[in-house]
Design a protein around this ligand. Structure first.
Ligand code: AMP
Length: 421
């Protein structure tokens, strides 16, 4: 029979690699707790309309990349989540979290996202994002805190040479003021822009500045900067974010072309980049989205958040030659010289495990030498050998693999002896 292969753009995370994932997830949880964030878990699919409204009809995600399904027996049009801000906002509104006495509301999530993209290194169709969202505060200190939180996390993972690209995309009013100047400029170069950009001019002209095409970049180099059209209030907010970041020593550069793909951003937009990742150099993207909660049927509550991809973080770590200090190996392997010792070993194994000691024995009727090899392959810290004599005496020979040190102890003292180390 023909073999069925894994779908394009997805990956299996196998033992050996999964420990790194567990490490990153555990460290992220610990890190976010220090900033008073709590975890939220929302469904992996939502009503398609949530993303149409929450991400924006004119974005690549909604236009080209969503996996949508309709169950033939129901009317529901559902979509596998391409990102999680919309889902978290929906949940925030639906569960009336704005009414909680603990404000601002600080939430984080870890989970898979799905986009129909052209797969390449660091770009998958199922990928994992770790992200956070904060609702209820427009304080620029919160913007800086959110950026600092993810920046410090990357630092904790050991990454070097990170850079925050920072911009303000203003409010809707700021953008409306800027729009006619931008349109004038873009219409002048229209015929030379790529096809995508030509259609962006009519639907969402700001996104032309986000085009990765070198020719488009060059043509729009001198396009009117949104920063020049910010209201006094928006400009003050942006200046304050920069001051706070400077105070914390977080390196950033203002990039007035950074507009991000999603429609709902207001004021602060940012990305965290690392030079070495190459083609896909963005590790993390985020920003403020003060209109989104109202857009999705809630009260007009400000919000800000970010997300980064775990696959891309792993790629970055690999590029910088950073080994995460993951724990591998088991505590103890029970080696049997004779099959008569099996029942005794099986009980001992249970005892060790109940005591929280990871332990293993042979289930393949292997000779003693092969059992020792198996212990070695599992990087067992100890082996406990039970031979005929030991079986008769109720003892085991405990050997610490790192030192080769070996002694005979009563089987009943095995747990204690291993714990003692
Ligand atoms: P976005 O939601 O597009 O702003 O993406 C935020 C972060 O998620 C990016 O900086 C990447 O780290 C990660 N990411 C986005 N799309 C993908 C993808 N297709 N494959 C892997 N990681 C992705």
């Amino acid at each position: 029979m023909a073999r069925i292969q894994i779908p394009r753009g997805t990956q299996d995370i196998l033992p050996g690699a999964v420990e790194q994932w567990q490490y990153i997830e555990a460290k992220a949880r610990e890190h976010f707790r220090c900033y008073n964030y709590r975890e939220i878990r929302t469904p992996m699919f939502e009503h398609t309309e949530l993303f149409q409204r929450g991400v924006g009809e004119t974005t690549d995600i909604v236009e080209k990349e969503m996996y949508s399904v309709r169950n033939p027996r129901s009317e529901d049009q559902l979509t596998l989540r391409p990102e999680n801000t919309a889902g978290v906002v929906r949940s925030y509104v639906e569960n009336k979290m704005y009414g909680s006495p603990n404000q601002p509301t600080k939430l984080y999530y870890i989970g898979p996202m799905f986009r129909h993209e052209r797969p390449q290194a660091g770009r998958l169709r199922q990928f994992t994002q770790i992200g956070a969202e904060t609702f209820g505060s427009s304080d620029p200190a919160i913007d800086a805190e959110v950026i600092a939180m993810v920046f410090r996390f990357f630092e904790k993972m050991g990454l070097k040479g990170l850079r925050v690209d920072l911009n303000s995309v203003g409010t809707r009013e700021d953008r409306a003021r800027h729009r006619s100047y931008l349109l004038d400029f873009l219409n002048n170069v229209r015929s030379e822009l790529c096809e995508d950009c030509q259609s962006r001019i009519d639907r969402n002209p700001l996104r032309v500045l986000d085009c990765k095409n070198e020719k488009c970049k060059a043509l729009t180099k001198d396009a009117p900067s949104l920063l020049a059209y910010l209201s006094e209030e928006s400009a003050a907010h942006f200046a304050a974010v920069q001051r706070y970041l400077t105070d914390l020593g977080i390196p950033f550069v203002v990039d007035n072309r950074l507009v991000r793909g999603l429609d709902y951003y207001t004021l602060t937009a940012f990305e965290i980049k690392m030079a070495e990742i190459g083609a896909v150099e963005t590790l993390c993207g985020g920003g403020r989205y003060n209109g989104l909660v109202a857009e999705l049927g809630g009260d007009d509550m400000p919000g800000i958040g970010f997300a980064f991809g775990v696959e891309r973080l792993l790629l970055a770590l690999e590029k910088q030659g950073i080994q995460l200090p993951v724990e591998e190996g088991i505590d103890c392997y029970l080696v049997l010289q004779t099959s008569e010792a099996k029942a005794q070993a099986f009980r001992l194994l249970d005892e060790l495990r109940q005591a929280g000691i990871s332990a293993e024995m042979d289930y393949l009727d292997r000779k003693m030498k092969a059992q020792l090899k198996a212990a070695d392959r599992l990087s067992a810290r100890f082996t406990a050998i039970i031979g005929e004599a030991e079986l008769a005496n109720g003892t085991v020979v405990l050997k610490e693999m790192a030192t080769g040190e070996q002694r005979e102890i009563p089987a009943g003292e095995l747990v204690q002896a291993i714990r003692g180390h």
